[in-house]
Structure formats: C-alpha cells, structure tokens
Design a binder for this molecule. Structure first.
Ligand code: FAD
Length: 445
C-alpha cells in the first residue's frame, strides 16, 4: 500500500484527496490541515458581508469528517512545520502541541496562498483586514456592524477588492476603493470594459480613486485615516486586497520556485523533487495563451491541478491541459467575463496583438424588455492569427459565451476559424448577426 500525504486541505487538497480515495483504493491517504474547517468558498465572502446571503453556512462543501468517512486519515488543526525531502518524512504539530512525524511514498503540497501585506506604516493597526479565510470574512462582517465604522477604504481594485467594495457599500458605509493602476480590474479587462464597470459602481456610490497609491494608514491603535499619493482621507476601517503570494515555506531551498515564489511544476504537477507534487495556489500553472507558465490563483485551477496530481500519484499518467485564466465578476448586476489575455496583457507579453470589438443588443430589438447591450472584445495575434483572449460585458448573463473562447485559446483556434463558425440563432436568445460572429468578421488587421 502506497502512503500519500496531502498537506493543506482546501480546494486543491480536497480535489486530490477525493480523487485518490475514489479511484485508487490501494493508497493510504493522510491529510494534514492547520485550519479547523475545510472547503470555504472565498468567492462567497462578499455575498455574505454584503448581506446577499443569510450567513456563511452554505459556503462549505466538505468537512474533515466527510474526508475521514471517505477513507482518509485526517489531522485537522495540525500544522506541518517541516518536510525532510531526503528521508521522505513530514513533521507536524497538532493544536495541543503534540508533535508527530509521518513517512510518505508520495507527497502532495496543497498549501495555497496568503494575502500580501503592503509595506506601509500603519498596516498593523486595528481594523485593517485581509480577505482570505472564513475568519477574515467573519471579522469584516462583525466590524461593519459598529456604528463607529462610517467610512471604509478598500485598497486594491482586483476582483476581490471590487466585490468587497460593493459589499461594503451595500452595508450602507461610505466606501472608497483605491487602486494604484489607472483602472479597476487591471489584470483581467481592458480599459474600455473597466470604464463601464467603474461607471456603474460610481453611480451606486462607490468612491473610486485610480492612479492613487496608499502611503500610510493613520491611527494610534485603530485606523482613523489614510494618506495617499494624492491626499488624506478619514476612514475607520481598511480592507487590503492587493493580491496573494504562494505559501512555499515548506519547500524553501529544496523545491524550485519562480522569482515570484510559486512552486515550479510540470504538466503532471511534479516538482523538481522526486515524488513531491504541488497543486493549487502554491504552484504555477501553464497558460495556453502565453504558452508559458504563469501564476493564476483561482479555485478552478486548484481543483483541476489537484485531480491531475492525484491521478499521477495513483499511477495513471495525466497531464494538465493548461489554463486560460477564465474568470467572471458580477457587480450590481453588471456582468463581465474574460479568458486568456487582454489586449494590454498581450502587448506586454510581446505578442503582435490586435483586437476586434463589437457591441449590440443580445436579442432582436423587437424585444423591448430584458434585452441589454453586450460588449465583446476578441484579442488575437496578427501574425499567427491565434485567438489570445476575449472579454464580454453586459447586464445580460453572458457567462456561457466565454467557455467557447476558453477552448479557442486552449486549442489555438484562429480569428478566421471563428468567422464562419456555426452559431445558432433563435430570437429568444440572440440575433441572426450575433455579436461573436460580427466581432470576428470585423477583424481588420
Ligand atoms: C475572497 C476570495 C474570493 C475568491 N473568489 C474566487 C472565485 O470567484 N473563483 C475562483 O476560481 N477563485 C476564487 N478565489 C481564489 C480561490 O479561493 C483560491 O484560488 C483557492 O482557494 C486556492 O485553493 P488552494 O487549495 O490551492 O489553496 P488555499 O485555499 O489557500 O488553501 C490552502 C490550505 O492549506 C493549508 N495549509 C497551508 N500551509 C499548511 C501547513 N504548513 N500545514 C497544514 N496546512 C497548511 C491552509 O490552512 C489552507 O486550508 C477567491 C479567493 C478569495 C480569497
């Protein structure tokens, strides 16, 4: 019987655990997790904080008990402190201080990521919050109940910052959102798209300040204000959403990492150390758009990488299909989805990039209600013609459309492949000259 240890049991670790337990019955699986819970859906934090969910209970889909019932040996509230990669031994400490060691044949590191604390004065003051764990969500939810908290600053306008800004505004607080870049959501969407979202958020009352860097959080013990590159603000609470870094301390000096600190893995999720795999937010992914490795911390990638590692551990060789970084966001009913590279991102990555845009009603104009405009941008390479990415935005639910573009990027379809693609028409859903075909046909470069 092969002994497998999985360190970390959130989305990546759970996927790996369930796959091994379900398919490879002859393996003994030990799971070590430092938290008291597993499977928290961070994507629900803003919904919970914003009062769009009755509470956090529905944000969990598994538990230590469920994994134990499925056959895993579970050590909850137990932290792995050290791994001896030569002797293949994991050293851990339980909550009550008990230390133990366990040997493995195969090790899966699923240790995830942690928020990056900006190095500015005042970052350790009371009422500075991060958004990662279930407890972070609870702390923010509770803190917002206080009438003393009148004004809140969200630092960083990536997708978590934007979601939190909406949630805080919905709680009736004066809400600022600061972003050092020139637009919100700079990593996922081009300016034409972010401008639209920025407008909708501003109309709802979120005070958005782009091109503005936080220099200091003011206060004696608790937050009272902010100093930025452009001014000073009175705020009672700060939510830091400036990104995540991979948790790779256990592999330090042994497992190779990228300059930004994520474990390097191949398509089988193998690290440079024999029999050691890394999955989820602690590792890189292979970007089909870039045709190179990248760090894209998403639950979807975490789950898939956990499954891939599990099959390789179980003895079935399997390679990751790579990722496109497909993502979506829905704020005040305005929906944006994207996959692959933005035009900005493609240019920055050195592609000879072009984009083709189109905007039209979702359905024929004779539908006068429930029929919104949809914006689409397709990014492609002028030389190879390869589709590099796509973005869609609307008050319509346009989410399903992006999956096709994800496949197009993964399979290296060209912009010409898309021009005469069979896309159905039914007035209840779309237009005879639909915006995907029209955008592809409008590609002039
Ligand atoms: C607010 C928020 C919203 C998000 N929304 C989305 C979304 O809408 N869609 C999407 O795809 N992704 C979303 N994400 C990203 C997604 O949550 C992460 O990509 C995902 O959690 C990564 O899963 P993971 O298992 O790799 O790592 P993590 O979730 O970071 O879990 C790692 C686990 O390892 C444990 N661990 C670490 N070190 C040790 C150790 N030494 N010993 C024992 N245990 C250890 C930790 O306690 C933790 O449970 C969101 C994230 C946040 C924070």
């Amino acid at each position: 019987m092969s002994k497998v240890i999985i360190i970390g049991s959130n989305h990546a670790g759970i996927a790996a655990t369930n796959t091994i337990l379900g398919t490879y019955k002859d393996h003994e699986v030990t799971v070590i997790e430092r938290n008291s819970y597993i499977s928290y859906l961070g994507c629900g934090t803003a919904l919970w904080v914003g009062g769009q969910l009755p509470g956090p209970d529905q944000l969990f889909y598994s538990s230590g008990d469920a994994l134990a019932e499925a056959g895993a040996k579970i050590h909850m509230e137990t932290e792995v402190k050290n791994v001896d990669f030569d002797k293949k031994v994991v050293k851990a400490v339980a909550k009550d201080g008990t230390e133990f060691e366990q040997a493995y044949d195969k090790l899966i590191l699923a240790t995830g990521s942690r928020p990056i604390p900006p190095s500015i004065p005042g970052i350790d003051l009371n009422n500075v919050h991060y958004v990662k764990t279930f407890h972070d969500g609870g702390d923010i939810h509770e803190a917002l109940k206080s009438d003393d908290v009148k004004s809140v600053a969200v630092i960083g306008a990536g997708y978590i910052g934007v979601e939190m800004a909406e949630a805080i505004q919905l709680r009736g607080k004066k809400t600022y959102m600061f972003e050092a870049a020139s637009t919100i959501l700079p990593g996922y969407y081009d300016d034409a798209f972010t401008a639209e979202m920025q407008k909708h958020m501003a109309e709802k009352g979120v005070d958005i300040r782009v091109d503005e860097k936080i220099e200091q959080i003011k206060g004696d013990s608790t937050v009272t204000g902010l100093v930025t590159s452009k001014g000073t603000y009175d705020v009672d609470m700060v939510i830091v959403c400036v990104g995540f870094t991979a948790n790779t301390q256990l592999g330090e000096g042994v497992i190779e990492t990228t300059p930004k600190g994520a474990y390097k893995v191949n398509l089988k999720q193998e690290t440079n150390v024999p029999d050691v795999y890394a999955v989820g937010d602690c590792a890189v992914v292979y970007s089909n758009a870039l045709q190179d490795t990248a760090y894209i911390a998403l639950a979807t990638n975490a789950v898939r990488s956990g499954i891939v590692a599990a099959h390789n551990v179980g003895g079935t060789p399997l390679e990751s299909a790579g990722v496109q970084g497909s993502n979506g966001i829905s704020i005040y009913g305005y929906n944006m989805v994207s996959t692959g590279l933005t035009f900005k991102g493609a240019k920055a990555a050195g592609f000879d990039a072009a984009h083709t845009d189109f905007e039209d009603l979702q359905k024929p104009a004779f539908f006068t209600e429930g029929n919104h405009n949809v914006k689409i941008r397709i990014v492609y390479d002028k030389t190879s013609r390869r589709i590099l990415g796509a973005q869609l935005a609307s008050f319509e639910d346009i989410s399903m459309g992006i999956h096709m573009f994800s496949l197009a990027v993964a399979k290296q379809a060209t912009i010409e492949d898309l021009q005469l693609l069979d896309i159905f028409f039914l007035p209840h859903f779309n237009q005879p000259y639909n915006y995907i075909t029209m955008a592809a046909l409008s590609a002039t470069e």
